[in-house]
Structure formats: C-alpha cells, structure tokens
Design a protein around this ligand. Structure first.
Ligand code: SF4
Length: 202
C-alpha cells in the first residue's frame, strides 16, 4: 500500500484510546475543498513509502502497549482507505484482535471492498458529504449511488453501533436545510451516530 504518512500517539481523535493514523494515497473523489489535494496528485506516488501489511505491522508494534492498554490501535485514512481493503484484511490477520481498527472513508468504493473489511474493522468514520446526488456530484465530481448502497449494506451487516457519520456544511454547495435532509435520510436508514460540522476552507 502506498503510505503518505504515519502519525503516532493520537488520542481520542480516531475513536477510543491511543491511535496511529496511517494515510494512504489515492481517492476516487475530487472534492473541491480537499485539504489533501497536493498529497493525492499522481506524481506524489513517488514520494509514498510502499509497505506490505507485515512491514506496516512491524513499524507500528512499538506502540502495542499503548494500544492494548487504552483499547486503541490503528486508523486507516487517506485518501480513501477502503481502496486498500485487501491490505486492511491482511493487516488484521497479522495484528490479531488486540488492536482496534478504525477506517476513515467516504464509502464511495465497490461493495466488494466493503464486504472484505466488514469482518475485520471495529469502527467506521464516514464523511458522506451530502446525501442529495446533485449536490454530491457538484462537490465531488462523482455520483453517490455507491455510497447509499454501501450505507444499506453496513447497517444490515453491522447495525448502527461503532459507525460514526459526518455531514459537512459545504460552503456554496449545501444549506442547513440540505444537511437536515441528510440527517433525516440517515436516521430513517437506522443510523444514530450522526455529527454535523463545517469544512475549514483555506
Ligand atoms: S474524499 Fe477526502 S481525500 Fe478524497 S477528495 Fe474528498 S476530501 Fe479529499
């Protein structure tokens, strides 16, 4: 997996306990206010460190005691972490059940990839942008049909616990009313951990 960065000793920001954030390269979306745009350019691939799941485990295990003592572990972010579903699955096989695995995702990935990680991921942090397909496409350049399909799969397979959905206020793209509609839509699907926030636009 092409690793853009590793950030150790994060507390509470990525779920419970002490966490190490592992950011991978690549994302299917082109969000207008993406703060990682520079890192995600194809030419930045040369600056990535290509790691196997075992190499990553060997690098992260220095914090094993912290992870186990605090119910923490590893957060896979990006880019889009679930482009690397096989990697995350293999990483779980290597690290065992002692570490908590969190994924940060837009869920705009194939359902095959989602099904691969469902048995191994403890917690999801999902930025759904906006549930309205027109707003979504205007902001990301892609449709959100896969996001909605994957939300249906996730609630069916996992239930609402340990799934945290974030709905941003996106200046010039959605309104408070649009956000309220997204919240309602998700609640009707059965989700309960829903947070609204504002993007920081530079
Ligand atoms: S999903 Fe995240 S990483 Fe991908 S383009 Fe949008 S803001 Fe950037």
């Amino acid at each position: 997996m092409p690793v853009v960065g590793i950030n150790r000793h994060r507390i509470v920001t990525d779920g419970t306990g002490v966490t190490t954030l592992v950011a991978s390269h690549g994302c299917p979306l082109d969000c207008k206010y993406c703060i990682n745009k520079e890192y995600l350019k194809p030419e930045m691939l040369v600056a990535c460190e290509y790691m196997s799941a075992e190499q990553l485990y060997n690098k992260l295990k220095i914090d094993d005691l912290y992870f186990v003592a605090t119910n923490g572990g590893v957060a896979f972010g990006g880019g889009e972490s679930l482009l690397y579903a096989d990697f995350i699955k293999e990483f779980r096989e290597i690290c065992g059940k002692r570490w908590r695995i969190v994924v940060e995702t837009s869920l705009n990935i194939s359902c095959e990839n989602l099904y691969k990680v469902i048995p191994v991921v403890d917690e999801y942090s999902i930025d759904i942008k906006d549930i309205n397909p027109e707003i979504y496409e205007a902001y990301t350049g892609k449709g959100n049909a896969r996001v909605i399909d994957n939300l249906k799969i996730l609630i069916k397979e996992k239930g609402p616990e340990n799934i945290y959905i974030r709905i941003p206020s996106i200046k010039n793209y959605n309104t408070d009313r649009d956000m309220a509609y997204s919240v309602k839509f998700l609640k009707e699907m059965g989700y309960s951990n829903i947070e609204t926030f504002s993007y920081i636009i530079k």
